[in-house]
Design a protein around this ligand. Structure first.
Ligand code: AP5
Length: 213
Protein backbone atom coordinates (compact mmCIF):
# COMPACT_ATOMS: atom_id res chain seq x y z
CA UNK A 1 0.00 0.00 0.00
CA UNK A 2 1.37 3.43 -0.98
CA UNK A 3 -0.32 6.44 0.55
CA UNK A 4 0.16 10.21 0.46
CA UNK A 5 -1.15 11.95 3.57
CA UNK A 6 -2.27 15.54 2.99
CA UNK A 7 -3.66 17.82 5.69
CA UNK A 8 -2.91 21.08 7.45
CA UNK A 9 -0.47 21.29 10.36
CA UNK A 10 -2.03 19.74 13.43
CA UNK A 11 -4.65 17.76 11.50
CA UNK A 12 -3.33 14.58 13.09
CA UNK A 13 -1.28 13.16 10.19
CA UNK A 14 1.52 11.97 12.51
CA UNK A 15 -0.93 10.55 15.06
CA UNK A 16 -2.95 8.63 12.45
CA UNK A 17 0.09 7.58 10.36
CA UNK A 18 1.47 5.71 13.39
CA UNK A 19 -1.77 3.69 13.65
CA UNK A 20 -1.81 2.92 9.90
CA UNK A 21 1.84 1.81 9.97
CA UNK A 22 1.12 -0.71 12.75
CA UNK A 23 -1.91 -2.27 11.06
CA UNK A 24 -0.64 -2.30 7.48
CA UNK A 25 3.06 -3.05 8.22
CA UNK A 26 4.26 -0.22 6.02
CA UNK A 27 6.76 2.61 6.64
CA UNK A 28 5.98 6.20 7.62
CA UNK A 29 8.16 8.68 5.76
CA UNK A 30 7.72 12.09 7.40
CA UNK A 31 9.75 14.87 5.80
CA UNK A 32 9.20 16.99 8.93
CA UNK A 33 10.72 14.25 11.15
CA UNK A 34 13.63 13.76 8.73
CA UNK A 35 14.36 17.49 8.71
CA UNK A 36 14.21 17.69 12.53
CA UNK A 37 16.59 14.71 12.80
CA UNK A 38 19.04 16.52 10.52
CA UNK A 39 18.62 19.70 12.53
CA UNK A 40 19.36 17.87 15.81
CA UNK A 41 22.45 16.22 14.30
CA UNK A 42 23.62 19.58 12.92
CA UNK A 43 24.01 18.26 9.37
CA UNK A 44 24.45 20.63 6.41
CA UNK A 45 20.88 19.85 5.36
CA UNK A 46 19.60 20.61 8.87
CA UNK A 47 21.43 23.95 8.94
CA UNK A 48 19.94 24.85 5.52
CA UNK A 49 16.41 23.94 6.67
CA UNK A 50 16.40 25.57 10.09
CA UNK A 51 15.52 29.17 9.21
CA UNK A 52 12.60 28.07 7.02
CA UNK A 53 11.19 25.72 9.65
CA UNK A 54 11.42 28.15 12.57
CA UNK A 55 9.36 30.68 10.59
CA UNK A 56 6.84 28.06 9.47
CA UNK A 57 7.85 28.37 5.80
CA UNK A 58 8.56 25.58 3.35
CA UNK A 59 12.09 24.30 2.91
CA UNK A 60 13.16 24.67 -0.78
CA UNK A 61 11.91 21.95 -3.12
CA UNK A 62 15.42 21.00 -4.26
CA UNK A 63 16.45 20.18 -0.66
CA UNK A 64 13.31 18.13 -0.02
CA UNK A 65 13.49 16.26 -3.32
CA UNK A 66 17.08 15.18 -2.86
CA UNK A 67 16.34 14.07 0.73
CA UNK A 68 13.26 12.05 -0.33
CA UNK A 69 15.13 10.67 -3.37
CA UNK A 70 17.72 9.17 -1.00
CA UNK A 71 14.99 7.64 1.19
CA UNK A 72 13.39 6.04 -1.85
CA UNK A 73 16.57 4.03 -2.45
CA UNK A 74 16.17 2.26 0.90
CA UNK A 75 14.82 -1.31 0.86
CA UNK A 76 12.64 -0.56 3.94
CA UNK A 77 10.15 1.21 1.70
CA UNK A 78 9.62 -1.78 -0.58
CA UNK A 79 6.70 -3.16 1.48
CA UNK A 80 4.79 0.13 1.12
CA UNK A 81 4.75 3.52 2.74
CA UNK A 82 2.78 6.49 3.93
CA UNK A 83 4.22 9.84 2.89
CA UNK A 84 3.47 12.24 5.76
CA UNK A 85 4.07 15.89 4.85
CA UNK A 86 5.29 15.22 1.31
CA UNK A 87 4.60 16.40 -1.34
CA UNK A 88 3.73 19.97 -0.32
CA UNK A 89 4.11 21.86 -3.61
CA UNK A 90 3.51 21.20 -7.31
CA UNK A 91 7.24 20.72 -8.05
CA UNK A 92 7.39 18.17 -5.20
CA UNK A 93 4.32 16.34 -6.58
CA UNK A 94 6.00 16.25 -10.02
CA UNK A 95 9.20 14.99 -8.37
CA UNK A 96 7.23 12.23 -6.64
CA UNK A 97 5.58 11.25 -9.93
CA UNK A 98 9.07 10.91 -11.41
CA UNK A 99 10.35 8.81 -8.48
CA UNK A 100 7.32 6.51 -8.75
CA UNK A 101 7.85 6.12 -12.49
CA UNK A 102 11.52 5.24 -12.00
CA UNK A 103 10.53 2.53 -9.51
CA UNK A 104 7.58 1.29 -11.54
CA UNK A 105 5.22 2.12 -8.69
CA UNK A 106 1.92 3.93 -8.30
CA UNK A 107 -0.02 5.43 -5.40
CA UNK A 108 -3.09 3.70 -3.97
CA UNK A 109 -4.63 6.55 -1.94
CA UNK A 110 -4.24 10.23 -1.15
CA UNK A 111 -5.80 10.83 2.27
CA UNK A 112 -6.86 14.41 2.96
CA UNK A 113 -7.49 15.07 6.64
CA UNK A 114 -9.81 18.07 7.14
CA UNK A 115 -9.94 20.04 10.43
CA UNK A 116 -11.06 23.68 11.01
CA UNK A 117 -8.30 26.24 11.70
CA UNK A 118 -9.52 27.16 15.21
CA UNK A 119 -9.16 23.51 16.29
CA UNK A 120 -5.71 23.25 14.64
CA UNK A 121 -4.36 26.19 16.63
CA UNK A 122 -5.71 24.69 19.88
CA UNK A 123 -4.13 21.31 19.09
CA UNK A 124 -0.70 22.60 18.06
CA UNK A 125 -0.04 25.06 20.85
CA UNK A 126 -0.68 22.20 23.33
CA UNK A 127 1.34 19.52 21.48
CA UNK A 128 4.31 17.85 23.15
CA UNK A 129 6.37 14.96 21.76
CA UNK A 130 8.86 12.49 23.18
CA UNK A 131 12.46 13.48 22.51
CA UNK A 132 13.39 9.79 22.09
CA UNK A 133 10.54 7.71 20.63
CA UNK A 134 8.59 10.58 19.02
CA UNK A 135 5.27 9.63 20.67
CA UNK A 136 2.83 12.54 20.29
CA UNK A 137 0.91 13.96 23.27
CA UNK A 138 -1.44 16.85 23.81
CA UNK A 139 -1.67 18.72 27.10
CA UNK A 140 -5.42 19.19 26.61
CA UNK A 141 -6.64 16.13 24.71
CA UNK A 142 -4.08 13.42 25.46
CA UNK A 143 -1.73 14.42 28.32
CA UNK A 144 1.12 12.22 29.60
CA UNK A 145 0.60 10.52 32.97
CA UNK A 146 3.53 12.47 34.45
CA UNK A 147 4.08 16.11 33.57
CA UNK A 148 6.80 16.53 30.89
CA UNK A 149 7.73 12.83 30.76
CA UNK A 150 6.97 10.18 28.09
CA UNK A 151 4.69 7.36 29.33
CA UNK A 152 6.53 4.83 27.16
CA UNK A 153 10.23 5.41 27.88
CA UNK A 154 10.44 8.12 30.57
CA UNK A 155 12.28 10.55 28.26
CA UNK A 156 11.62 14.30 28.47
CA UNK A 157 8.89 15.74 26.25
CA UNK A 158 9.68 18.62 23.91
CA UNK A 159 7.64 21.57 22.66
CA UNK A 160 8.39 22.18 18.96
CA UNK A 161 9.74 25.67 18.28
CA UNK A 162 7.29 26.06 15.35
CA UNK A 163 4.25 25.38 17.55
CA UNK A 164 3.84 28.98 18.75
CA UNK A 165 0.56 30.64 17.78
CA UNK A 166 2.26 33.15 15.43
CA UNK A 167 4.16 30.46 13.51
CA UNK A 168 1.14 28.15 13.40
CA UNK A 169 -0.92 30.92 11.74
CA UNK A 170 1.78 31.25 9.04
CA UNK A 171 1.97 27.45 8.59
CA UNK A 172 -1.80 27.36 8.03
CA UNK A 173 -1.51 30.08 5.36
CA UNK A 174 1.32 28.20 3.65
CA UNK A 175 -0.82 25.04 3.62
CA UNK A 176 -3.81 26.85 2.07
CA UNK A 177 -1.70 28.55 -0.61
CA UNK A 178 0.86 25.92 -1.55
CA UNK A 179 -0.23 22.44 -0.42
CA UNK A 180 -4.04 22.29 -0.52
CA UNK A 181 -4.09 22.93 -4.31
CA UNK A 182 -2.36 19.54 -4.74
CA UNK A 183 -5.80 17.96 -4.35
CA UNK A 184 -6.33 19.06 -7.97
CA UNK A 185 -3.15 17.21 -8.99
CA UNK A 186 -4.48 13.90 -7.63
CA UNK A 187 -8.22 14.29 -8.29
CA UNK A 188 -8.10 13.25 -11.97
CA UNK A 189 -6.36 10.02 -10.91
CA UNK A 190 -9.28 9.20 -8.58
CA UNK A 191 -6.96 8.96 -5.56
CA UNK A 192 -8.46 11.55 -3.20
CA UNK A 193 -10.08 10.25 0.03
CA UNK A 194 -11.47 13.11 2.10
CA UNK A 195 -11.52 12.35 5.82
CA UNK A 196 -13.27 14.32 8.55
CA UNK A 197 -10.40 14.88 11.02
CA UNK A 198 -12.54 16.09 13.92
CA UNK A 199 -13.55 13.99 16.93
CA UNK A 200 -11.81 11.22 18.81
CA UNK A 201 -8.50 9.78 17.45
CA UNK A 202 -9.98 6.24 17.20
CA UNK A 203 -13.16 7.50 15.55
CA UNK A 204 -11.07 9.27 12.88
CA UNK A 205 -8.94 6.15 12.44
CA UNK A 206 -12.08 4.10 11.72
CA UNK A 207 -12.99 6.61 8.99
CA UNK A 208 -9.51 6.15 7.51
CA UNK A 209 -9.78 2.35 7.58
CA UNK A 210 -13.09 2.55 5.75
CA UNK A 211 -11.53 4.83 3.11
CA UNK A 212 -8.57 2.47 2.62
CA UNK A 213 -10.76 -0.58 1.96
P1 AP5 B 1 5.84 18.77 9.65
O1 AP5 B 1 6.61 18.16 10.75
O2 AP5 B 1 5.45 17.93 8.49
O3 AP5 B 1 4.58 19.48 10.30
P2 AP5 B 1 3.09 19.74 9.77
O4 AP5 B 1 2.70 19.25 8.44
O5 AP5 B 1 2.96 21.19 9.98
O6 AP5 B 1 2.27 18.80 10.61
P3 AP5 B 1 2.37 18.60 12.14
O7 AP5 B 1 3.43 17.61 12.48
O8 AP5 B 1 2.46 19.93 12.83
O9 AP5 B 1 0.92 18.04 12.45
P4 AP5 B 1 0.25 16.62 12.26
O10 AP5 B 1 -0.82 16.73 11.22
O11 AP5 B 1 1.27 15.54 12.08
O12 AP5 B 1 -0.47 16.50 13.67
P5 AP5 B 1 -0.15 15.59 14.95
O13 AP5 B 1 -0.56 14.19 14.70
O14 AP5 B 1 1.23 15.85 15.48
O15 AP5 B 1 6.62 20.03 9.03
C1 AP5 B 1 7.28 20.96 9.85
C2 AP5 B 1 8.07 21.93 8.97
O16 AP5 B 1 9.07 21.22 8.22
C3 AP5 B 1 7.26 22.69 7.91
O17 AP5 B 1 6.65 23.85 8.43
C4 AP5 B 1 8.36 23.00 6.87
O18 AP5 B 1 9.14 24.08 7.29
C5 AP5 B 1 9.21 21.75 6.91
N1 AP5 B 1 8.78 20.72 5.93
C6 AP5 B 1 8.35 19.46 6.22
N2 AP5 B 1 8.05 18.80 5.10
C7 AP5 B 1 8.29 19.66 4.07
C8 AP5 B 1 8.15 19.56 2.66
N3 AP5 B 1 7.68 18.44 2.07
N4 AP5 B 1 8.47 20.63 1.91
C9 AP5 B 1 8.96 21.78 2.48
N5 AP5 B 1 9.10 21.94 3.81
C10 AP5 B 1 8.78 20.89 4.59
O19 AP5 B 1 -1.23 16.23 15.97
C11 AP5 B 1 -1.12 17.57 16.41
C12 AP5 B 1 -1.59 17.68 17.87
O20 AP5 B 1 -2.99 17.40 17.92
C13 AP5 B 1 -0.93 16.65 18.83
O21 AP5 B 1 -0.77 17.25 20.09
C14 AP5 B 1 -1.96 15.50 18.90
O22 AP5 B 1 -1.89 14.79 20.13
C15 AP5 B 1 -3.28 16.27 18.77
N6 AP5 B 1 -4.33 15.50 18.12
C16 AP5 B 1 -4.22 14.64 17.06
N7 AP5 B 1 -5.43 14.14 16.74
C17 AP5 B 1 -6.31 14.71 17.61
C18 AP5 B 1 -7.73 14.59 17.78
N8 AP5 B 1 -8.46 13.81 17.01
N9 AP5 B 1 -8.31 15.32 18.77
C19 AP5 B 1 -7.56 16.14 19.58
N10 AP5 B 1 -6.23 16.27 19.46
C20 AP5 B 1 -5.61 15.57 18.49
Amino acid sequence: MRIVFLGPPGAGKGTQAKLIVKDYHIRQLSTGDLLRENLNRGTELGVKAQAYMVGGNLVPDSVILSMVGEEFQKPELSAGYILDGFPRTYPQADGLDQLLKEQNQSLDHVLVLNVPDSELIRRLTARRSCSECGHIYNLVFNPPKLDGVCDHDGSPLIHRSDDTEETVVNRLKVYQNQTKPLVDHYKPQGLIRNIDGTGDVQEIYQRILTALK
